[in-house]
Design a protein around this ligand. Structure first.
Ligand code: ADP
Ligand code: MG
Length: 329
């Protein structure tokens, strides 16, 4: 049995998921496939040349499922992926979700997609040690072709938002992976919890805007930008989309301090490329990729120019894809 689970790119709403806020991610075409066959003992292999310790993600998912009394039989699972690992496109969530779907099906079990997202998130928090929010695992399961998904991370209510025709997603990977990324990510999460406690609110989604609190200001302003972005998509307001993406990047750079010189340079370079609608860093930051919304007719010219202005960039032209599921052979 084969299961596919896509990676993701977030259009806007960064670091808001673990602050009970709004996010607007898209599942992308690059994906991980888990091929599972019955075996005498559990055995995992990967064709992606992952760094040591990669099995933790699968073992974490297995542990969460067993905790929920899912009777998983022994399996040999081979993972193959078209996603770059550690590029900010959430190969980790695609990996977890593909494993979870294989385990659940082999057990003859069924679980609602949101439960699968939650247990994969829990696996990453507990077994891998990254205090991530729900966004990546959620979108890998709930993606829809040609749509972004607006998710309220407090209520977990969500709805698909159509991406207007003629807009192509261009992802530009800086290739930079700063070693401090996961420790700084966990630090930001802790800072937010402390700021919320100091403000006497449950989470920073509820914080009043106050120039004194830079982290809070990012979360509050970013949530407003996500909702404005959804309006701009509905109105096909390309200028508005671009302005909101620029403001998001600036807020992540100055207030939340999770950008880096390479991401800033990639966003700056995009301004000189044909067909740009908007550009910003995407994902957790400290390296990884930028997301560019580009006029479809100009997408190849845009990619060529960006590669010229930023040598060493890996550029992926993609579109919104559907969420994880059974892959027909
Ligand atoms: P991102 O999610 O942005 O790609 P992460 O650091 O969160 O970056 O996750 C990357 C890690 O996930 C890899 O180092 C590896 O441990 C694991 N991983 C992801 N995909 C695979 C795969 N197909 N096979 C083995 N390990 C994988
Ligand atoms: Mg990840």
């Amino acid at each position: 049995m084969k299961f596919r689970a896509p990676g993701r790119v977030n259009l806007i709403g960064e670091h808001t998921d673990y602050n009970d806020g709004f996010v607007l991610p898209v599942a992308i075409e690059m994906q991980t496939i888990a091929t599972a066959t019955p075996a005498p003992a559990m055995q995992f292999t990967s064709t992606s040349n992952p760094p040591a310790g990669w099995e933790a993600y699968v073992l974490g998912v297995e542990k969460q499922l067993r905790r929920r009394a899912v009777p998983i039989p022994n399996l040999a699972i081979e993972f193959s992926s078209t996603l770059p690992l550690g590029a900010g496109l959430s190969s980790s969530a695609a990996f977890e979700v593909s494993a979870a779907l294989a385990f659940i099906a082999a057990a003859g079990f069924e679980l609602p997609a949101m439960e699968v997202a939650k247990l994969c998130q829990q696996a990453e928090i507990e077994t891998v040690g990254l205090g991530c929010g729900i966004m990546d695992q959620f979108i890998s399961l709930h993606g829809r072709a040609d749509h972004a998904i607006l998710l309220d991370c407090r209520s977990l209510a969500w709805r698909p938002v159509p991406i207007p025709e003629g807009i192509t997603l261009v992802i530009a990977d800086t290739g930079v992976k700063h070693a401090l990324a996961s420790s700084e990510y966990n630090t930001r999460r802790k800072e937010c919890e402390e700021a919320a406690a100091a403000l006497g609110v449950k989470s920073l989604r509820d914080a009043i805007q106050d120039g004194g609190y830079k982290r809070a200001r990012h979360i509050v302003s970013e949530n407003a930008r996500v909702l404005a972005f959804v309006e701009a998509l509905a109105a096909n307001d390309r200028k508005g989309l671009g302005e909101l993406m620029a403001a998001s990047h600036e807020s992540l750079r100055v207030d939340y301090e999770v950008s880096c010189p390479e991401l800033d340079a990639m966003v700056a370079a995009a301004q000189q490329c044909p067909g740009l609608i908007g550009a910003r860093m995407t994902g957790g930051g400290f390296g990884g990729s930028t997301i560019n919304l580009v006029e479809t007719g100009e997408a190849s010219a845009f990619a060529a120019k960006l590669a010229q202005l930023y040598p060493g960039a890996t550029i992926h032209i993609t579109r919104a894809a559907s969420g994880a599921g059974r892959q027909n052979p």
